[in-house]
Design a protein around this ligand. Structure first.
Ligand code: ACO
Length: 435
């Protein structure tokens, strides 16, 4: 009979161990019993960047990177993008089920009534330099909400937790829009409760002197779809940060700010901004072959290509490509799309990219849409952070309710000096500084 176990023979001692295998995983702590001698600490695994380590059990998001599959709570991303609104998907991610009509109505109403910011938050934001990067403003302002809602520290109180979740989902678009208006030198716009989540965000961004802002329905729906696609992506860098910071029982505002800071990096959510810089550098589709050659020679990376998990076409990139066509019917075609399409065509035929399984990821086309909609590149990561806040919160809550989780604290393999004799300062030779 097939046994769900693994037998390990330690060649240092000749001893064998049997450890259980559950869902294709062994527990790292089962290795600790494997010792070379009596005083030995026990075997550990070494896994920089968590390439092959599951840090949690999660029922939120499923990804099959080899087959290009993404599901939230079991529902394929394609179906959710086609049939749902972002807030419906947010409900699904947080509570595990799609809401029925009445539940959705209440949920939308509750989020809508949490979009206002305390006037102190507005004043805080006014203090930023006129050219402050909106992502820096978002990270700092979300952290500052922790000072406005000190009761958020009671993270074990379910009602309190839910209130902070609603506040964060409601307020992050308001902060995002204000950070954008700040960079343009425009007055901040207050939320409009008559509008949907995406429409209200567009209202807070673009409203000028008209008494009522009316969003273009195609653009509002495109933004909502982009929000759905970006809502969660299991244990990526920022979600891991959310769980790691949250595991110290930090309040959700500070944990979300930390997660957003991780998202700001160019290898994570900052990549879409880099894609546009790259497309500008390439200039036109005729220059694509020379650019690809340069990349293959080791000069930089093709931004928006490759993914730690997807070794196939990112399913989100497919939907974004389709959404781009809808947006361009309203805004006119962005010339960069032709360069991007040519880049994709050439790269997907090239042995370098094929053998390394490098396909366009979610960031490859999103920046082109955002630019066509009128956003400047500094805003792109902020647009990613708005929906991902929901994913971070769903994962944070799951982590808090998981009895197996403790404060996250990895081990290390120490490679430094053994004990050294202390040398008084007057006897030391000039230090050779390692950087
Ligand atoms: N362009 C050219 N070569 C690449 C690229 C790329 N975009 N990505 C990976 N490679 C190459 C690497 O140089 C490496 O080649 P080698 O085996 O000859 O050394 C090989 O492919 C494997 O790459 P790794 O860096 O080991 O792959 P990893 O899974 O660690 O990296 C990552 C994933 C960070 C996303 C990487 O593909 C990358 O930097 N892409 C560009 C940035 C980007 O688009 N980031 C967005 C990711 S999606 C998101 O966060 C929302």
């Amino acid at each position: 009979m097939k046994q769900e176990t693994l037998t390990i023979t330690d060649n240092r001692t000749g001893q064998s161990y049997v450890v259980p295998v559950e869902r294709g995983t062994i527990r790292a702590m089962d290795l600790r019993q494997i010792k070379a001698s009596a005083g030995d600490f026990g075997l550990m695994t070494y896994d920089p960047a968590f390439l092959n380590t599951a840090s949690c059990r999660s029922s939120v998001t499923f990804i099959d990177g080899e087959r290009g599959i993404l599901r939230y709570r079991g529902y394929p991303i394609e179906a959710l993008a086609e049939h749902c609104t972002f807030l419906e998907v947010a409900y699904l991610l947080l509570f595990g089920e799609l809401p029925e009509e009445r539940q959705l109505e209440n949920w939308v109403s509750e989020i809508t009534h949490h979009t206002m910011l305390h006037e102190n938050t507005k004043k805080f934001m006014e203090g930023f330099r006129h050219d402050a990067h909106p992502m820096g403003m978002l990270v700092s302002t979300v952290a500052a909400l922790s000072t406005i809602y000190p009761e958020a520290k009671a993270i074990h109180d379910a009602d309190n937790r839910l209130l902070q979740i609603k506040r964060l989902i409601g307020k992050v678009p308001s902060i995002a829009a204000m950070s954008y208006r700040h960079s343009l030198g425009f007055p901040y716009v207050y939320p409009d409760n008559d509008l949907s989540y995406a429409e209200n965000f567009l209202n807070m961004l673009w409203k000028m002197v008209e008494p009522k802002y009316v969003a273009n329905p195609v653009l509002a729906r495109a933004l909502d779809i982009l929000f759905i696609l970006h809502a969660d992506h299991e244990q990526n860098c920022s979600t891991n940060t959310m769980r790691s910071v949250g595991s110290a029982q930090t309040d959700p505002y500070l944990a979300t700010a930390a997660a957003a800071a991780a998202l700001a990096g160019p290898l994570h959510g900052g990549a879409n901004e880099q894609v546009l810089t790259m497309l500008d550098e390439i200039g036109s589709k005729d220059n694509v072959p020379a650019y690809v050659k340069k990349i293959k020679e080791g000069h930089g990376k093709l931004m928006g290509f490759g993914h730690r998990v997807y070794k196939n076409y990112d399913p989100r990139a497919k939907i974004i490509k389709w959404t781009a066509e809808q947006v361009f019917e309203v805004t006119g075609r962005n010339r960069k799309l032709d360069t991007a399409l040519e880049l994709e065509r050439i790269a997907l035929q090239d042995d370098y990219f094929v053998t390394r399984k490098l396909y366009p990821n979610v960031d490859f086309y999103s920046g082109i849409i955002y630019q066509a909609m009128g956003f400047s590149p500094e805003m792109f990561t902020v647009l990613f952070a708005i929906p991902r806040t929901t994913g971070w919160l769903a994962q944070w809550q799951e982590m808090l309710l998981d009895p197996e989780q403790k404060s996250a604290r990895p081990r290390q393999v120490y490679t430094g000096e053994d004990t050294r004799q202390f040398v008084p300062i007057e006897q030391r030779v000039p230090a050779v500084v390692k950087t």
